[in-house]
Design a protein around this ligand. Sequence first.
Ligand code: 5CA
Length: 156
Amino acid sequence: MASDATERFRERARDLGLDLEVHEFPAGTRTAADAAEAIGCDVGQIVKSLVFIADDGPVLALTSGANRVDEEALAAALGATAVRKADAQEVRDATGYAIGGTPPFGHDAPIRIVCDDDLLRYEQVWAAAGTASSVFPLDTETLLASTGATVAPFGR
Ligand code: 5CA
């Protein structure tokens, strides 16, 4: 059965005009490696939705599963002096979802979003659908359109 968080996410996606195909993997898709293994795709095609705290508040960094965030490059892209990784509570407060299930859009409140340019190497990517065992595919064009993300080279 779909969890409340997945249902909430699906509804918000519908409000954006997106009819998503959510896949449930009971074994879990908590990390990008887990998700890629479950799906059978390249780890680089997994969208990690990572929350950082910049000078003026939370930011969501959509990062290729093959990459780590270069915090200096991210701060430069944001025009911030520094960024740090959000803790579990800050992630929940900023997005309404838990770590491991945070989706790229459909959050409780608007949040500034930036996208790792390496994700644009792929036509199709996969992202979390609200929980650590649900993912959905989408094309990168839709990822950018539905998040309003700015593309920047902060993945290493
Ligand atoms: N479901 C997968 C693939 S879509 C997923 O959500 N991956 S993720 O990368 O976006 O979320 C997991 C990430 O949360 C980890 O890569 C790690 O960077 C971060 N994380 C895990 N535990 C903590 C923690 N205690 N505090 C802050 N960040 C954490």
